[in-house]
Design a protein around this ligand. Structure first.
Ligand SMILES: CSC[C@H]1O[C@H](OP(=O)(O)O)[C@H](O)[C@@H]1O
Length: 348
């Protein structure tokens, strides 16, 4: 496979944001320049940029871009207009709490500023801080995740919680990127992740680029693969983790957690502290995004289902905390009792 030295999947360029267009991978490596608030909103809604941390980072840069574009000298009016832009970006996708966490940081910086020019500068600096913090956060998640995986382990994952879903390294995939740096043998089995195929299009591509031993399977092969290939563990990302550890992640994750319990193997969630939503006592009330039916009825432009068939297309599901062996963050590893240990861990 041709190895491309991909820089970051998101880059700030003062007048625009450059993103790796994840909808075109793996067949085309295309970078897009986002100049307007609408460009940024569209890139998130259409999954050109996706993955909880990456969504937050891109939205933060989008807020800074929108503020820079305003020719408004009256500060109270400027604040009101930037807040409108932030609300607009917040409406792009409902499940990943990182989007709202990042935008809340931007709004805090906005209202703490005293002039238009100071606010514009501070917003760019805050967005860059969010980006740079995420890179170090993901590396730490990789270190803690790696500590749980014996050399030679065979690990299953779903969707893409990789470097392109974050500033760098990823969350669930961070241990595998670090395993290459540290020359630790690990093998990944990646579920293709219907309907948008983040596993086949993105995780297989990203891990092959990094030199990680990866095998692609369909989602329906997970149980048979765990049994016949003697999978040692499952590790997944997250989009929102409730105060009791219930975790929203790509649809199909819940099923893998049930399989992990059935086969008696550990099921790990890897996520930064910014993915926890302590305002939610349980995962029952995590908003689950439902996406357009064409994602299921078509592959590309080819229809694969009858016209007018009824479709249910939830993009996420919620794994109950009792199925989760441990949650890996940049601060360490959280074990049950999650209600008690999450609050202590996150507010460290
Ligand atoms: C590192 S978080 C990645 C997380 O986001 C993905 O969802 P989507 O591709 O729809 O943005 C999936 O749930 C991953 O686990």
């Amino acid at each position: 496979m041709q190895k491309l030295n991909i820089p970051y999947s998101i880059q700030w360029n003062e007048t625009h944001i450059t993103i790796l267009n994840q909808q075109e991978l793996p067949l085309k490596t295309e970078f897009l320049d986002l100049y307007t608030l609408e460009d940024v909103f569209d890139s998130i809604v259409t999954l050109k940029v996706r993955g909880a941390p990456a969504i937050g980072i891109t939205a933060a840069f989008g807020a800074a871009l929108a503020a820079n574009a305003l020719n408004e000298e009256h500060f109270p009016v400027f604040i009101a207009k930037v807040k409108e832009s932030i609300s607009y970006l917040a409406s792009s996708r409902p499940t990943a709490v990182n989007l709202f966490w990042a935008l809340n940081r931007m709004e805090s910086v906005l209202i703490e500023s005293t002039t238009v020019n100071e606010a514009k500068t501070n917003l760019v600096h805050e967005a860059l801080k969010i980006f740079l913090e995420d890179e170090e956060t993901c590396r730490q998640i990789g270190e803690y995740g790696l500590s749980l995986l014996k050399p030679g382990s065979q690990v299953m994952t779903i969707c893409n919680a990789g470097g392109i879903a974050t500033a760098r390294y990823g969350t669930a995939l961070a241990p595998f990127h670090l395993s290459i740096e540290k020359n630790i043998p690990l093998k990944v089995y990646a579920c293709e992740t219907r309907p948008v195929l983040q596993g086949s299009r993105l995780t297989a591509w990203e891990l092959m680029q990094a030199g990680v031993d990866v095998t692609l399977i369909t989602d329906s092969m997970a149980a048979h693969t765990i049994k016949t290939k003697e999978i040692n563990a499952i590790i997944v990302g997250a989009d929102r983790i409730a105060a009791n550890g219930d975790t929203a992640n790509k649809v199909g994750t819940f099923g893998l957690a049930v399989l992990a319990q059935h086969f008696g193997i550990p099921f790990y969630v890897a996520a930064p502290s910014s993915t926890f939503d302590l305002t939610l006592a349980t995962g029952e009330i995590i908003p689950i995004e439902e996406r357009k039916e064409e994602e299921i009825t078509h592959i590309g432009n080819t229809r694969i289902a009858p016209n007018d068939v009824a479709v249910f297309n939830p993009a996420f599901d919620v794994t109950p905390n009792e199925l989760i062996t441990a949650i890996i963050t940049e601060k360490g590893i959280i074990y049950p009792d999650y209600e008690e240990n999450i609050h202590q861990h996150i507010t460290l």
